[in-house]
Design a protein around this ligand. Structure first.
Ligand SMILES: Cc1ncc(COP(=O)(O)O)c(C=O)c1O
Length: 250
């Protein structure tokens, strides 16, 4: 059964849209940046701070409530990302910080002669962490270009840059700058064929398309809740094997 879309009702959910500046209603032209927050999200954050706001694993009521809320949050995000295991969801301050932390853990396994692949479609958050970690490990960074006519990822260039030396491929699911959706399932397969790990930046993808991380074949997938009406919280999913290996805690 289809429901009609009611933009007036939708607008009412977002208090920020009622703001004025110099007596005028304001318009948010920040499509590739963060979304506004509906009242129910503001209420949920406020409810947490007022009713719980406790440290993890305590024996007192607010700690138990806080942990229960956190378990619910893991389940909700697992559902959004398309994984059956909420234990594979890691929260962090934002996607960039999570990626820096993970890059430092993974780079401990890299050394001279190893190669790390990044692409020209990446946001800086899926570029600098890998470039800096590769530099510190003595690994070489290989850059994959785009097809300039339509800003799609140049898969031939990627193919030419993958080899038995490739340890890691960082790629976006969708570009926030130009909107290109990458064939990331194919990219993951190409990378795995040479024995490399695959890190997928789905920050721009998550608010627009259905996530199905359990079937995508990547090792890590990230997104960021402020792109889909949440607070600025980073989300990382990883395979069980990789999260155990890289000692990231949830
Ligand atoms: C594609 C993409 N990746 C990563 C990020 C960084 O996300 P965060 O602000 O959570 O660090 C952004 C933010 O705009 C983005 O658009």
């Amino acid at each position: 059964m289809s429901k009609s879309f009611d933009p007036i009702w939708c607008r009412r959910q977002f208090p920020a849209l009622a703001r004025e500046m110099t007596g005028q209603p304001i318009v948010f032209f920040d499509g590739p940046a963060g979304s506004q927050v509906p009242q129910r999200v503001a209420d949920a954050v406020s409810h947490y701070l007022v009713e719980m706001n406790a440290n993890h694993d305590g024996v007192f009521a607010t700690s138990r409530e806080s942990d229960a809320m956190l378990r619910d949050a893991h389940r909700a995000v697992a559902d959004l990302l398309g994984t059956s295991d909420p234990g594979l969801i890691v929260f962090g301050p934002n996607m960039t910080t999570l990626t820096f932390a993970l890059s430092r853990a993974i780079a401990r396994t890299w050394s001279g002669g190893d190669e790390v692949v990044v692409t020209q479609l990446e946001h800086d958050a899926n570029y600098m962490p890998w470039v800096l970690s590769a530099r510190d490990a003595g690994a070489t960074v290989r850059h994959v270009g785009i097809n300039p006519s339509d800003c799609t990822l140049d898969l031939d260039d990627l193919k030419g840059k993958l080899s038995s030396r490739t340890k890691f491929v960082a790629v976006c699911a969708a570009s926030n700058a130009v909107g290109t959706v990458t064939p990331f399932v194919e990219v993951a397969k190409m990378a795995h064929d040479v024995g490399a790990l695959v890190f997928l930046d789905a920050v721009h993808f998550a608010p627009h398309l259905t996530m199905d991380v359990d079937t995508w074949g990547c090792d890590f997938v990230t997104c960021s809740a402020y792109k889909f009406f949440g607070p600025h919280v980073g989300v990382l999913w990883g395979t069980h094997e990789q999260l155990e290996t890289q000692t990231i805690t949830t």
